[in-house]
Design a protein around this ligand. Structure first.
Ligand SMILES: O=C(O)C(=O)C[C@H](O)[C@H](O)COP(=O)(O)O
Length: 321
């Protein structure tokens, strides 16, 4: 019998054109095609780790849209409730890839199919049975209808008894600080579980990250995970706090680390593991993703995560033979 998803994510998935390593975008000649989008990245990460993950969103009736859906499907992400917009193109993300230089991200998503997401595109049955609904601040920043769709998703999550996790994913190219604070700041307070950068919490709440976390814990949230600039993370709950240093790895392409962290963390929580183990798995999945190109190449299987964690934690032989 077909069973529903463990996790539902919702947002815009785009075709990613990734410049050859180390070459600035305006000079790059060779591009690799992939898929990017914060929420679809998380869905892909969870699917690789063995969870039933569903992605909700819209693509255009074009080759890019077909490529996006095909790739998500091939990764085991459930796209049964994803939609196709006949009137608007699939969004495009063009970027370069450097280990230690600023990365140039260019979005071509204004008026895209994904940004035209609206509440009527989110049917109640798409969320039924889910244990977790993961959203980001990007979606409500795309358009008023996408913001309304996010609100509907939260309502459906509550009705289904699913937890809501939220990652602000602040992208300054999508709007000014005040707009982010208003739009994503509101969602911070709707979430049961918040995964946010230190700078994001500061921007969205005009408080220190620790003060913001304390306030969120006084409200709806049971857990706030703060990702620090030094790539360490702190989880705050009513029961106390836990800290996780990053695993030291050579970085090939840092983009995707946040989504990988979220997938790693949510996977552990879905499996009922402890806060400290969830943070370790999150850091591990992030460390694996930054060692390869694209947002998703390095996302591990559950087995790959276990072997990497053993190598990181206990110095186990990383070569599996
Ligand atoms: O969806 C968007 O607007 C994006 O920007 C797609 C990004 O490539 C990923 O969300 C990676 O983001 P990080 O994991 O924070 O590095």
């Amino acid at each position: 019998m077909a069973s529903g998803p463990d996790v539902v994510t919702c947002g815009e998935a785009m075709l990613l054109l990734l410049a050859e390593p180390g070459v600035p975008l305006e000079r790059a000649v060779h591009f690799r095609r992939s898929v990017a989008g914060a929420e679809s990245n998380v869905a892909m990460g969870l699917a690789r780790l063995g969870h039933r993950a569903r992605w909700l969103g819209r693509v255009g009736a074009d080759p890019a849209g077909r490529a996006v859906l095909r790739e998500l499907r091939a990764e085991g992400v459930d796209v049964a409730h994803a939609g196709v917009d006949e009137q608007a193109p699939t969004g495009l993300l063009l970027r370069d890839s450097h280990p230690h230089r600023a990365i140039d991200v260019q979005y071509y998503r204004s008026g895209s199919a994904g940004s035209r997401l609206a509440p009527e595109h989110i049917p109640a049955e798409a969320v039924a049975g889910a244990r977790l609904v993961h959203i980001s601040g990007i979606t409500p920043m795309l358009s008023p209808t996408a913001a309304a769709a996010t609100d509907r998703l939260i309502e459906l999550a509550r009705a289904a008894g699913a937890e809501v996790s939220f990652d602000p994913n602040v992208r300054r190219k999508l709007g000014g600080a005040a707009q982010w604070a208003q739009t994503a700041g509101r969602l911070l307070r709707e979430a049961d579980l918040v995964l946010a950068g230190e700078d994001e919490l500061e921007l969205l709440t005009a408080r220190s990250a620790d003060e913001a976390a304390a306030e969120l814990l006084d409200g709806r949230a049971h857990t706030v995970v703060i990702k620090r600039a030094d790539r360490s993370a702190t989880a705050l709950t009513a029961g106390g706090r836990g800290d996780q240093p990053p695993y030291p790895v050579p970085v090939t392409d840092p983009v995707g680390a946040g989504d990988a962290f979220a997938a790693g963390y949510l996977s552990a929580r879905l499996r009922g593991l402890s806060e400290s183990r969830a943070l370790a798995e999150a850091a591990c999945v992030a460390a694996l993703v930054v060692q390869s190109a694209t947002d998703t190449d390095g996302l591990p299987s559950a087995d790959g995560r276990e072997r990497a964690l053993a190598a990181f934690e206990d110095g186990a032989d990383p070569v599996h033979r």
